[in-house]
Design a protein. Structure first.
Length: 423
């Protein structure tokens, strides 16, 4: 059955009384600001998902976003029900916090001014000749890139140097990395001395993730950075090298904080950073929205840099043939069974079992380009859930966002919702 996206206008915070069947208009998503560029974001199909919730959600139950990613569910529906937002990657809980918990105190601080002083000290302790002028020839530009990358071998005299050491000359310049480290340092200090709470801290980190995404010379993720092979690629990379982390941070900070204070509502939301098996094992009966990866690429490879920003744990970097790999990946990055052809079927079988065992209902997003054929997945859902559940599916076509500077930046994908509701 093909579902058209209707234009509902009413936005309500009230899903009706317990026991009453909600209306579709009760689940119209609210407008919310996106913060990072995320592969497979469901931001553009929230109306369709809301129509699905209207069919299976009951007002007294939490909504579980089991594979939350950049948190479109918390952004769109966080005012309607208690949300349990889970993802194996820690940065996801940081973003979810920004949509769900009020940041009451951080507005009193000028983070950029506080960081500015720290930045000046750090820059003066680094070797000279790391800054990017506007006009350079290709040879000089690549020498400068080399000097930035050489900071990987430097012994640092100051604390908070993780990005400056590990990522200078990759997605960011040394100067941009110094800003990333310094803003992180200021946020830690304010949190440690209790000037700000955890929701404030998470909002600050979310703005920093945003600034990282928009100043990066890559394509919105951190799988590979670009090399300057031609004058035209050099010019494009240099545009990004010269972008200001502080300006992107400050702009997002103002608008996101305004949105957060006006819209985040305390509905006993929970932030979880677990493997989906563990998250399911702890659940009371809920309505679970599951949007697992459907391609063979691991999110942990594409978004390792923001995972490291949130953990700030000086990770061991992956080594191949005696050299740190170009992508500077963390060695401990997660390999998802949904991205491995030999494991994906069992991963879904475990998902269906976990939903059943917690006596929950399920909305599962998947696409016709996934690792497992959509018909096979629907059959697996029907046989796993058995007679105790009604199982059905609906389709939507949308221009699915892919990342990369390719001509077919968005390609048509048919997105399905498989639904399983306890009878
Ligand atoms: C398609 S994305 C979710 C996108 C999200 N719905 C949005 O709109 O931003 C899939 C997510 O699944 C997460 N993931 C992969 N394997 C996981 C696992 N074993 N347990 C929990 N989360 C996992 C990834 O980190 C990724 O963020």
């Amino acid at each position: 059955m093909d579902v058209a996206v209707k234009n509902e206008v009413a936005v309500s915070n009230d899903i009706g009384a317990v026991g009453e069947r909600p209306r579709v208009s009760d689940y119209a998503p609210r407008a919310y600001p996106q913060v990072i560029k995320y592969m497979g974001s469901k931001a553009s199909i929230l109306r369709f998902i809301g129509e699905g919730f209207a069919k299976i959600h009951e007002p007294d139950k939490p909504l579980v976003d089991l594979f939350a990613g950049a948190c479109a569910i918390s952004g769109g529906f966080g005012h309607l029900a208690p949300i349990i937002s889970n993802d194996i990657q820690s940065y996801s809980a940081t973003i979810a916090s920004t949509y769900l918990h009020k940041a009451q105190n951080i507005g009193a601080f000028d983070i950029v001014s506080l960081a500015y002083k720290v930045v000046q000290e750090k820059l003066s302790a680094l070797p000279a000749g790391l800054l990017y002028p506007e006009n350079l020839n290709l040879e000089d530009f690549n020498e400068l890139e080399g000097r930035n990358r050489a900071l990987l071998q430097l012994d640092f005299s100051f604390a908070y140097h993780l990005f400056t050491k590990n990522y200078s000359g990759t997605w960011w310049s040394a100067e941009q990395c110094v800003w990333i480290d310094s803003i992180r340092e200021v946020l830690d200090q304010l949190h440690d001395n209790r000037s700000i709470g955890i929701a404030d801290f998470q909002l600050g980190l979310t703005c920093l993730m945003h600034a990282m995404a928009y100043t990066s010379q890559g394509t919105g993720h951190y799988a590979q950075y670009r090399d300057a092979k031609t004058v035209s690629s050099m010019k494009d990379i240099n545009k990004y090298r010269r972008q200001s982390v502080a300006s992107y941070f400050a702009r997002k900070f103002d608008s996101l904080l305004r949105w957060n204070l006006a819209n985040a509502t305390d509905r006993r939301h929970q932030l979880v950073s677990q493997d989906y098996h563990d998250c399911l094992a702890d659940l009371q009966p809920s309505v679970i929205y599951a949007d697992p990866p459907y391609a063979f690429v691991h999110y942990s490879r594409f978004y390792h840099a923001i995972e490291t920003l949130v953990k700030y744990d000086y990770p061991t970097l992956q080594v191949k043939s005696g050299e740190i790999v170009k992508g500077r990946y963390r060695v401990d990055r997660h390999q998802s069974p949904f991205c491995i052809r030999t494991q994906v079927r069992e991963a879904f079988a475990d998902l269906f079992d976990g939903v059943k065992e917690s006596e929950s209902d399920l909305l599962l997003s998947y696409s016709n380009t996934g690792m497992i054929n959509i018909e096979e997945l629907i059959d697996l859902a029907s046989s796993s859930f058995g007679k105790r559940y009604e199982v059905w599916f609906e389709n939507i076509d949308h221009d699915h966002m892919t990342m990369g500077r390719l001509k077919d930046r968005s390609r048509q994908v048919k997105e399905s919702l498989i639904m399983a509701k306890r009878r």
